[in-house]
Design a protein around this ligand. Structure first.
Ligand code: SAH
Length: 237
């Protein structure tokens, strides 16, 4: 057995995101342009000097704990959604949250760094992170070595370019308009882009039923009719 120094990991920050629940979160970052949030640095890491120079980068890597997967445990093989939830692959050949150590890795857009009386925050967008996710490390994204031209994506395909229409009821459209004026959040495009990803599990894609999706502090009720998504109503949570 190789000897190495004993070390435990604890969070350096916490995510505040538009996704209070797992259902509706995209499968990878970069897919929903209007998704956004903040990474709040925790003491003793909430010091301006610790992020000095980071604002020069457009994107950052966030390493985090899949904290909501820990209670379910992990398995050596998983059924990734990319394979229609049928075929099994090794957990280390997947991006599943249910993995030993439960560590996640996402590249997100860095839109700002701000300090106010509540603390030090990184403003982030295009994310796939649940609200309250504990963050264990941050690194700048380095295009020349992190972006590999011609890399093979294995069985994880780029997102399908299916044309999906998202239609709002009059009530839902009015709610969005008022909410956007009140909060400055781009709720309507967040809903459209999230539904364009079709958040339903592969097994339910043929069914006609109503779904609820939590975004920020609202609950969005919607229904799929083929490739057409109807936003029925939006309620405060
Ligand atoms: N980009 C990351 C995550 C991919 S899995 C990686 O490759 O490691 C993306 C899914 O993780 C999302 O659809 C969401 O359901 C889930 N997720 C995000 N944050 C989570 C958390 N804190 N705990 C458990 N699951 C989470």
């Amino acid at each position: 057995m190789i000897e190495f120094p004993s070390h435990s990991i604890s969070p350096i920050g916490i995510i505040h995101s538009c996704y209070p629940e797992k259902f509706g979160i995209p499968r990878q970052p970069g897919l929903v342009k209007s998704s956004s949030g903040r990474l709040a640095l925790l003491p003793p890491y909430n010091r301006e000097e610790m992020v000095r120079g980071l604002d020069a980068f457009s994107h950052i890597w966030i390493q985090f704990l899949f904290h909501e997967a820990v209670v379910d445990g992990w398995r050596p093989t998983v059924r990734p959604p990319w394979l229609g939830g049928q075929k099994r692959v090794g957990v280390f050949a997947s991006r599943s949250p249910h993995r030993p150590n439960y560590l996640g890795l996402s590249v997100v857009r860095l839109t700002g760094i701000c300090q106010d009386k509540h603390g030090l925050f990184l403003e982030i967008a295009e994310l796939d992170l649940l609200d309250q996710t504990p963050v264990v490390d941050i690194k700048p994204y380095v295009p020349y070595s992190d972006g590999i031209v011609g890399a093979s994506g294995g069985f994880i395909p780029p997102p399908e370019s299916v044309e999906r229409e998202v239609v709002f009821s009059e009530e839902a459209a009015i709610f969005c308009r008022d909410y956007e004026q009140r909060t400055g959040r781009r709720l309507r495009s967040l809903i459209c882009e999230s539904l364009e990803q079709d958040p339903r599990p592969a097994s339910q894609r043929r069914q006609m039923r109503e779904y609820g999706m939590a975004l920020w502090d609202v609950n969005v009720r919607w229904q799929a009719q083929g490739e057409r998504f109807l936003v029925l109503m939006i309620l405060e949570r």
